[in-house]
Write a protein that binds this ligand. Structure first.
Ligand code: FE
Length: 458
């Protein structure tokens, strides 16, 4: 960790300590007594003058009802807003993993950041098969894994996936892509060794890694199963949500019938499998339960047997920002409405100079990999500074949310990029919460710097 990075980490730890003490309604004297600190020193810890060290964390987690993790900030490994991993660094970390005693895949890490849940790997298929059978015994299956997986295919790669007891094989070509759900077994092989056959396996945790996983691990197996809600299209998606809110509010069907003016019979129906509601009924239920209509709407998924496959040959492409002298041609890659904040794009860069119209800004985290043979110039703005870099084929990058970025060609050869954008922990719920805070709230939320009241009084 550089001195600046360590300083930032220390500052964020100090702010978390103050924030946690405020939550627990401890002023400095109370905090000092609880934590066994010298009188007058708590303010030094919350201002960054003294470090929040392991001993302090351990003591806080012992005497206060919180976790060490609650007081630990994350590392900022992307101080410039964009960080690059060169192809050579990627290659240096190459490792071959064997299945059944024989090398099966060559893995290379590509750009990752501690700020986002990406675990993007470049993976080469070492196993060559002679057929497209899902039951080929030379195919080595994994056991599935936690992370969602977006995969972009390069070359003659066979993709295998299993859902329930059925296995499938889909022969893929360059430009094809797939999005897959957690824990479904899958595999990849090459159809020939006479040309490159590899994938960009961009796995990410979405909302599944982090606090939710830790909370459910404590609650246990049974609650975790009971908390699972079906997506739209299931007979129990609407009744599941309605019943969940009714239990939360401790209300009976008779009480909701009274509040909504709906007939008791109709309410029983709405709470039973197969129920669908009219817009008017949804509005009445939302009002009666004190929620928003969107809280009663399950998200939909277009995945089939756990995957959403998008072949390049029938993928939608469009020019950006317009048809005249476009800066880019985008091609829509695999995705799923279950993840509205994931966007996968193939980017064909068209211009050697990028105008302001070509600036791309998103609330999502971004991952970028240079496909093809042409280098790309990347320009971005961060902390009021404009920066540029040239990325060569095989280089990859991570870009923080809201960092404006443009891509342009460095010569006649037109670059092709793979862009995967994902949501972080700042979900729409959090963004709406930010948008509804009292004045000055957002600044204190990200770096609490004071006791929640004034000792001197107002
Ligand atoms: Fe995988």
């Amino acid at each position: 960790m550089s001195a600046t990075a360590a300083e930032g980490f220390g500052r964020r730890a100090a702010a978390l300590l103050r924030s946690a003490a405020n939550d627990l309604k401890r002023d400095d004297e109370n905090a000092e007594r609880d934590l066994g600190l010298e009188p007058g020193t708590f303010a030094d810890h919350t201002s960054g003058k003294r470090p929040v060290d392991w001993a302090l964390l351990r003591r806080a987690a012992e005497v206060w009802p919180l976790n060490e993790r609650d007081l630990l900030p994350v590392h900022d490994d992307c101080p410039a807003g964009l960080s690059v991993l060169r192809a050579a660094e990627s290659l240096a970390g190459s490792r071959v993993l064997a299945r059944g005693g024989e090398g099966y895949y060559e893995y290379r890490d590509t750009a990752m950041s501690r700020i986002a849940s990406y675990r993007p790997e470049w993976i080469r298929m070492l196993r060559v098969v002679e057929d497209n059978s899902a039951d080929n015994p030379r195919v080595q299956w994994n056991r599935g894994h936690l992370l969602y997986q977006f995969t972009y295919f390069v070359g003659p790669v066979n993709y295998y996936y299993r859902w329930g007891d059925t296995s499938y094989c889909v022969p893929m070509e360059t430009g094809d892509s797939v999005w897959g759900l957690p824990f479904a077994p899958h595999s990849f092989t090459a159809r020939t060794d006479s040309e490159p056959a590899y994938i960009l396996a961009l796995t990410y945790g979405g909302g599944l890694v982090g606090d939710a996983q830790r909370e459910l691990a404590v609650l246990g197996r049974r609650p975790a199963h009971d908390l699972a809600l079906p997506v739209a299209g299931s007979p129990s998606s609407l009744p599941g949500l309605i019943r969940s809110f009714m239990a939360a509010r401790c209300v009976t069907p008779a009480e909701i019938a009274d509040r909504t003016g709906l007939a008791a019979d109709r309410l029983t129906e709405l709470c039973s499998p197969g129920a669908t509601a009219t817009e008017t009924e949804l509005a009445l239920l939302a009002e009666a339960l004190g929620v928003s209509v969107r809280d009663l709407l399950a998200p939909r998924s277009t995945s089939h047997h756990g995957v959403s496959i998008q072949h390049g040959r029938d993928a939608r492409s469009w020019d950006y920002p317009g048809k005249d002298d476009p800066a880019y041609r985008f091609t829509q890659l695999a995705g799923d409405p279950l993840h509205p904040h994931t966007t996968a794009l193939q980017v064909d860069v068209r211009a050697t100079t990028a105008s302001d119209d070509a600036r791309l800004v998103t609330h999502q985290h971004q991952y970028l990999y240079v496909l093809g043979d042409a280098p790309v110039e990347v320009a971005w703005e961060h902390d009021g500074q404009r920066r540029t870099d040239v990325l060569e084929p095989g280089d990859s990058a991570y870009i923080e949310p809201l960092v404006p970025v443009t891509f342009s060609a460095t010569g006649d050869a037109l670059p092709r990029l793979l862009l995967l954008r994902i949501a972080g922990a700042v979900t729409p719920e959090v963004r709406h919460a930010l948008g509804s805070m009292a004045q000055g709230g957002i600044d204190r939320y990200i770096a609490e710097d004071r006791l929640w009241y004034s000792k001197e009084g107002n």
